[in-house]
Every structure is written in C-alpha cells, then in structure tokens.
Design a protein around this ligand. Structure first.
Ligand code: PAF
Length: 281
C-alpha cells in the first residue's frame, strides 16, 4: 500500500513510524518509466521507499514552463504503487516555502553556472535548495537520482559531501526507449516529427562512444558526435561537451562523460553517456 501525505506535519508523523532504512526518490511528478526505475532501485535497497512529488518554483526561470509543467498526481500515484513506494509526500508550494521564497539558498559553486546552469541561470540554486530541504524533511539513509540529469546528480553528490549531509547518493542509469531516446517528462511536448529529430541526440552520443571504442581521442569523439547532428536538420545545439566523470575542468583521459543539450522545436532536451577514452600513450 502507498500512503499519501501533503503537509509537513503529516510527513513527520508518517516518517516517525518508519523503522529500518529509508530511501527517497525526489520528483516533480509526471512520472514515467525513468522514475519507475528509480523507485524500483530504491525498493531493492531499503526497507521503506518514500517518493516526493513537488513542482519546485525555485528552479524555473521567468520564461520557463512552471505553469505549463504537467501535474498528474492520480497517475503518478499509480506509478508509485506499481513500483512499490510506501509513502508519497506531495506538498503544496506554501508547505515547502511557508515564508515565501527563501532568502538563503544553496550555492552550487562554479559548476552550477556551467552547462545547464549557463542556459538556466539560478536553476541549480533552486534544485539544490529544494533537495536539501526535502532531505531535511524526509531524513533518508539513501537518495536515488537518475543519471539522465547528470549535472544535477553530480551537484547533489557534491553538496552531500561538501555540506556533510548524512545521506548516500545513488545514481541510477538512464532509461531509454527501444530506439534510444532518453525518457523525459519533456518528451510529451514533441510532435511525431520532432521525436524523430530528437533521436539524433542519443545517436550522436552513441557515435561518440563508438569512436572512443575504436581508440579515438577526445577531439575525434566530439567530431563523430557532431557529424551525426550535422546530418539532421531541426536540432539547435546548446552544448556538446566531453568531460571528466565528476564534471571537473581539465584534460579528459580514461573514463569520461559526453553530455548534450539541444532544442528540438520549442523543447529543450538533454542526454549524456559514459565514454571510455583510451589512455594516453
Ligand atoms: O529532477 C527533478 O525532477 C528535480 O530537479 C528535483 C530533483 C525533484 C528537484 O526539484
């Protein structure tokens, strides 16, 4: 059975009744197979699985889709039940921010200004602030984040380390459609034609990974990925970068991460893939 609570007081009461290990999966709702995989991963690891559903206004820019963001609580609860969640916390904005928008926020540091942070100023301040608040409210032993939002996962890990937050952060591999498209709440905005175009993101990443597998260096990996994108009209590239797996600056050797963000029509999509570069000789 999956219980649903909305207020902090209800959450505190329900949380106090959970003996054993607790895992948290944080979401903004509109749950899809990717979230279901996160909940199932939690189910395998901990005694009690808690899912949070909260569309966090702090992480939306002035021109972003806060009002348009899908709110589908009934179907989300079905997904939570099916995947084995014990408790769902779905607070209202006034429950999360009773004094209005917080004046003190988590500073994500330099990495928070790059990649996603460059296109979406303030985004990671909003994400890390709500993640820290949800960790304080739910007090989990483990929290599960998808690798699909790789920069978010990296920053949550770093926040836990830098601020001594007593939680283990587990990354869960991206769930893909059979044709390679990474599952995302935003895919629902794509028309059938745009969806075809969107396949070029994962195809570009795979081309990069294949090139690395053949011994290509960083420059050639990027060139292979760019070649795929160049063949598909309708993709407006925001960034395509090959970095260290911790997203640290500096030369990339051995394990690496290839990350992409691009617009297809009015929809901004992101994806990433682990890459193994040959060691330098
Ligand atoms: O990945 C998301 O859905 C959100 O950024 C999160 C982690 C739930 C914080 O609002």
């Amino acid at each position: 059975m999956t219980d649903l609570v909305h207020t902090r007081a209800e959450l505190a009461k329900a949380r106090a009744g959970l003996a054993g290990t607790v895992g948290v999966v944080m979401t903004m709702g509109a749950l899809h197979a990717g979230h279901e995989t996160l909940i199932r991963a939690a189910r395998e690891r901990v005694d009690h699985v808690l899912v949070t559903i909260f569309v966090n206004p702090l992480q939306f820019g002035p021109h972003e889709d806060f009002d348009r963001y899908p709110r589908t609580l009934d179907t989300d609860l079905e997904v939570c039940r099916r995947a084995g969640a014990d408790l769902v916390f779905a607070p209202a904005v006034a429950d999360m921010y009773p004094d209005g928008q917080p004046t003190v926020r988590v500073n994500p540091g330099d990495l928070g200004e790059e990649l996603e942070g460059q296109s979406r100023p303030g985004f990671f301040h909003g994400v890390l602030t709500v993640v820290l608040k949800l960790l304080q409210l739910t007090r989990p032993d483990v929290t599960f984040f998808g690798e699909k939002d790789y920069q978010q996962l990296t920053l949550v890990r770093r926040m836990a380390r830098d601020l001594d937050v007593p939680v283990e952060v587990v990354g869960v591999p991206t769930v893909r459609e059979p044709d390679g498209l990474a599952r995302s709440s935003r895919n629902r905005y794509l028309s059938a034609d745009e969806r075809q175009v969107a396949l070029s993101l994962s195809a570009a990443l795979r081309a990069g990974a294949d090139a690395a597998g053949r011994g290509a260096d960083a420059g050639d990996v990027l060139a292979a990925a760019h070649r795929v994108l160049g063949e598909v009209p309708g993709v407006r590239l925001d960034y395509l970068v090959l970095t260290d797996p911790e997203l640290e600056p500096g030369p990339v050797v051995g394990p690496a991460r290839l990350l992409i963000a691009a617009w297809v029509g009015d929809t901004r999509l992101i994806d990433n893939l682990a890459i193994q570069l040959a060691p330098r000789t």
